[in-house]
Write a protein that binds this ligand. Structure first.
Ligand code: FAD
Length: 317
């Protein structure tokens, strides 16, 4: 297994192609996900990121008593990572979140990753529990991603949470998330960047950004990071628009802006196929400019659908 930073160094300025996938809903066939990944393998992604989904709670009456039951709707991140590595011989990068985990549970999860030979992990706080209005860590868990980065870094130095003797060190390459349009909870970009720097100083080796539709936002963000002495690679995240509804839900969920010119083009479309094509063309233009700027990789949020990303990759890679 190879570290993401080694892939980026070896590429010598050539922009790499990478993707993020999400596990299927519980009870769905893994084969469907694999068949979406397969057509993208032609573009040789050196790594595939796999998201992690925290539990949600449902109310259920059991034996006449109402109970709050934790349900994970998209389990299987670890198993999918193992399957991807076995089937496609590429590095799988699991997302590791703070939400819903104690530090001890996280330690065990990281040991599982280590035993599987996984050497990269994207370290995240995760969002608040559904129905909550703010993120609340599990008692004994981490409140922010920088704390989880510190835990991974300590394991890389052979330090476990409670063992008195030094253990064999892990060797994780650590990625973290960043937001060219600011994380929605941060009061200012400056504050958000200070916390990003804290994650990098704690040991993050690379950054992956939230999706954006205006490259200037990414370029400005990278410039601000460099001014803040954040010098690790910053991989831009891209998502091709595919439906008219996304004009509303993407800004709502991800707190980003969709350029009016793109929104106008989408609104002028009379059917879904035309909207998809607009999304593909826009992402191709974004990709061309980013490649010209020698970004480390174009990282596509596939939502486990390959057709649009394939059409884009055919033009760019
Ligand atoms: P943090 O870096 O902890 O930041 C969260 C907020 O707190 C920010 O506003 C920051 O400015 C502030 N902050 C940071 N550190 C501190 C501190 N020490 N003290 C006070 N304030 C602080 N979510 C999932 O559940 N599963 C996934 O697989 C997943 N994958 C993602 C992949 C990418 C590339 C991105 C960009 C996001 C992903 N998310 C995922 C969503 C992510 O979990 C949310 O955006 C979450 O709200 C923030 O996570 P973070 O790691 O950026 O948090």
């Amino acid at each position: 297994m190879t570290k993401i930073t080694s892939y980026l160094e070896a590429s010598q300025g050539k922009t790499l192609f990478s993707i993020e996938i999400i596990p299927p809903m519980k009870g769905q066939h893994l084969g469907d996900l694999m068949s979406h990944i397969e057509p993208l393998m032609e573009f040789k992604p050196p790594f595939i990121e796999v998201t992690y989904h925290r539990e949600e709670y449902i109310e259920k009456v059991v034996d006449g008593v109402s109970k709050r039951i934790p349900i994970r709707k998209r389990p299987g991140t670890l198993g999918i990572c193992a399957s991807i590595m076995q089937k496609f011989h590429v590095d799988a990068v699991p997302h590791v979140i703070c939400g819903g985990f104690t530090k001890e549970e996280t330690e065990d999860f990281l040991i599982d990753l280590h035993y599987l030979g996984i050497e990269n992990a994207l370290i995240l706080r995760g969002d608040q529990e559904k129905g909550e209005d703010q993120f609340i860590p599990k008692p004994g868990g981490h409140a922010y991603a920088n704390e989880l980065v510190e835990q991974v870094k300590a394991m890389n130095q052979g330090i476990l949470l409670h063992e008195e003797t030094e253990s064999l060190p892990t060797n994780f390459c650590i990625g973290v998330a960043a937001y060219p349009e600011k994380h929605f909870e941060a009061v200012s970009m400056e504050e958000d960047l200070r916390y990003l720097k804290q994650k990098v100083d704690a040991g993050a080796d690379y950054i992956v950004t939230q999706m954006f539709f205006d490259n200037q936002k990414y370029f400005d963000f990278v410039a601000k990071c460099r001014e803040m002495d954040i010098h690790v690679p910053i991989i831009p995240g891209l998502k091709p628009l595919a439906t008219a509804r996304q004009l509303e839900i993407l800004p709502e969920i991800f707190h980003l802006e969709i350029p009016e010119i793109l929104a106008k083009e989408v609104r002028a479309c009379t059917n879904n196929a035309a909207i998809k094509q607009v999304g593909i063309e826009w992402a191709i233009q974004q990709g061309k400019e980013l490649i010209q700027a020698q970004v480390p990789a174009l990282h596509f949020y596939t939502m486990s659908k390959s057709d649009s990303v394939r059409a884009i990759a055919e033009k760019l890679f």
